[in-house]
Every structure is written in C-alpha cells, then in structure tokens.
Design a protein around this ligand. Structure first.
Ligand code: F6R
Length: 367
C-alpha cells in the first residue's frame, strides 16, 4: 500500500509528478500545432463537466472560491491566474467565515467549492447556503460521488488519486492545477489571452519534470530538518503567488511536526512581524524567480540587517533552471514541495505520527 515508502505522506509527496499529470490527462493538449487556426482550436482544455456552464461563469458577476485549510490555500495560489486570464472579479472565502458572516451571494455569482474529500462539513454547509441564494455552484473535489460532488450543479474531478495521509500534499498541487485548468477553459475564446494561455499550457507540460527536480532536494531538506528540529517556532514569508506557499508550508509544519509556524505575506512584514525577528528565530523566505523577485530580495536584505536566521527557497542560479521554473503562476506548485519535505522530516525527527497527526481527521465532517 505504501509502495516501498515508510509513510503515506512521504509516498504522496513523491507521487506528485504523476498525480499532477493524472489531473491533466485527457484534458490538456501540450503539443503546439504549426497552423495558427489549429493552434487556437486545439489548445482548448477539455473539462467535460464544465463545458455547458463556461458562458454562464464568464458572464457572471464574480467567481467565489470556497474551501478550508489546504484547499483554501490552493484557491489562494491560483486566484491571480483566474484574475489574469478570465478578468472576472475573484473572491476567496474560508467556508466557516462565509457562513459566520452569511456573506452576500447573488444569483449571478459562481461559487466554486474546493475540497479534497468532498465531505468537509463547513464547505458543504457553505454550498447549501450559496445554493439557497441562487448562485451557480461548481464542485472541485478529489472524491468521485462525494457529498460536494453530488450537491453541486457541475464540477471538475481533481483526479490526484486517493490521498491517505491526513496532511494534504498531492491533492493540494493537483487542486492548483485544476483551478488553473478552469481558468484556461474560461479564457479559451480570448484572442488577447492566447499568448498567456500558451505560456501556462507549456509550463503545465514541464511541471512533472520541475516537480521531480524539487523532489531531488529531499536529502538537503532532511539535513535542514536536522538543524531545525529543536526549534519552537518558524516563520515563512512569501508574496504574490507564493503567499499561498508560505501559508501552506506553515500549515504542514504545524499540523504534522507540531511546531509553531506562521506563514506571512512579505508585504506585511514591516507592519508587525518584523518585531519577532532576531538571530535565533528561523525564517524561511520564498524568493524564486517571479515577478516578486526584486521585492523578495529587498525583504531578504531587511531580514539580514536584523541578523535573521535566514533560509531562502530560490531557483538555482543558472538560466536553464530559471527557465525550468516555468511561468510565475505555476511556481507555487513546485515551491511547496521542499516545504512538504521539510515538514515530513521535521515530524520524524520530533518523533510524531506523520500520517495521523494528533487531534486531526482526514475528513472534517463536523463543523
Ligand atoms: C491540511 C488539511 C486540511 C484540509 C481541510 C479541508 O493538510 O488536509 O487543512 O485541507 O480540512 O479538507 P478538504 O479538502 O477535504 O475539504
């Protein structure tokens, strides 16, 4: 069952080059046609469950993504891609908060419910609420026949394969890919977005290779975990697409390694968190080559000036590897891998249960 691995979480982290491919299989055509007309037609994304709803979504008032925990982070990671390709206002909601506020939802809204299990009580209740307000409800789940899959008007199966470890890993990366595919499908008729779509599709094709290269860092992450295992706290800074990576990395560390960790928006650093920084607190900074790179270099300089214990996640220096990082919007999928590996190794070293963290369940069916 664990296929030669010691733990399900470890197996599922290492399965990601295949699981993202599985999510895209039969849906994304990676080859480019030499003819302009064919290229336009062939590079459509096939999401059978959504085809007849695409126009309604495109012409709607807003797209509201709803989820909990890691699934919410996946929505955050892909939000900008939807904004850039589709140009419909995007909102994000934590399911519990949406319910607490009884937030306004309108008949011409599209609500996308993202859930690995498809059974999370808060997400399911938020779905019933959105339905009662007349919104179009789309399900994005990893479990065929789940309650959310059944209760939504239409949807996309994430197809990451069964995830057993309580900490979600491969479902997260596949959820980001799935939302990206939805954005590509929604923008398929836009001539203005054609080049941007092509770049995203090309990078999706390169994703399994990029994930394999990130997984090859495993021994280095095990060594880093050795240096951090005795700490009580960890900060992670990211911005842009990698804000979600910082939140998700921190969530992995706290839920399995039982170490306090906080993911922070680097743009907010000077508005409070900087006070925590000294020579003892480890700080991870996500500074891979994307549109935020220059700003992240400035964050690093400011942290250095305060003698922070810095750990920087960056692309390797050569041009080839930088290119292999792909378009900015897919970097969170690759960048989260070292953080998943770090959380895994920290957990082993701290002597905790990797696959069944205390107090947590795989499906949270009570709110
Ligand atoms: C964290 C984790 C949880 C879930 C959350 C939502 O690793 O797994 O945060 O993401 O409970 O679960 P689903 O996606 O099943 O709705």
């Amino acid at each position: 069952m664990k296929g030669g691995y010691d733990h399900f979480m470890q197996k599922e982290i290492h399965e990601q080059p295949e699981s993202v491919l599985q999510t895209m299989r039969g849906r994304v055509k990676f080859e480019r046609s030499s003819s302009e007309t064919d290229r336009y037609r062939e590079r459509r994304i096939k999401l059978g469950g959504l085809t007849e709803w695409l126009d309604t979504i495109r012409t709607g008032r807003r797209i509201i993504f709803v989820g909990c925990g890691t699934s919410y982070h996946a929505c955050l990671a892909a939000r900008q891609t939807v904004e850039e390709l589709v140009e419909v206002p995007v909102a994000l909601e934590l399911a519990s908060d949406l319910l607490d506020r009884r937030a306004p939802i309108f008949r011409d809204d599209t609500c996308v419910f993202v859930s690995q299990s498809g059974e999370t009580a808060d997400t399911l209740q938020a779905l019933e609420y959105a339905k009662s307000r007349g919104a179009l409800c789309v399900g994005l789940t990893n479990t065929v026949g789940s309650s959310i899959a059944r209760a939504t008007h239409c949807g996309v199966h994430v197809n990451a394969g069964c995830e057993v470890g309580v900490a979600s890993t491969k479902a997260y990366t596949s959820q980001v890919v799935a939302v990206t595919m939805v954005a590509l499908a929604l923008s398929e008729d836009s001539i203005a977005k054609r080049d941007a779509r092509d770049a995203v599709i090309d990078s999706l094709g390169a994703l399994p290779g990029a994930l394999r290269r990130a997984l090859a860092l495993d021994p280095e992450l095990a060594r880093l975990a050795g240096r951090l295992a005795g700490e009580t706290s960890l900060l992670l800074f990211g911005r842009g697409y990698n804000y979600a990576t910082a939140l998700e990395g921190a969530l992995k560390v706290k839920e399995v390694a039982l170490m306090h960790s906080e993911g922070l928006l680097a743009g907010e650093m000077k508005h409070g968190p900087l006070a925590l920084v000294d020579e003892s607190l480890p700080v991870i900074v996500l500074a891979t080559r994307d549109a935020m790179h220059a700003k992240m270099l400035s964050v690093i300089a400011q942290l250095r000036a305060r003698r922070a214990r810095l750990i920087v996640v960056a692309c390797e220096g050569d041009a080839e590897v930088e290119e292999a990082c792909g378009v900015d919007c897919l970097q969170p999928i690759v960048n989260v891998v070292p953080l998943q590996l770090l959380a895994y190794h920290l957990t082993l070293l701290r002597g905790h249960n990797v696959d069944q963290p205390r107090n947590l369940a795989k499906s949270v069916t009570v709110s």
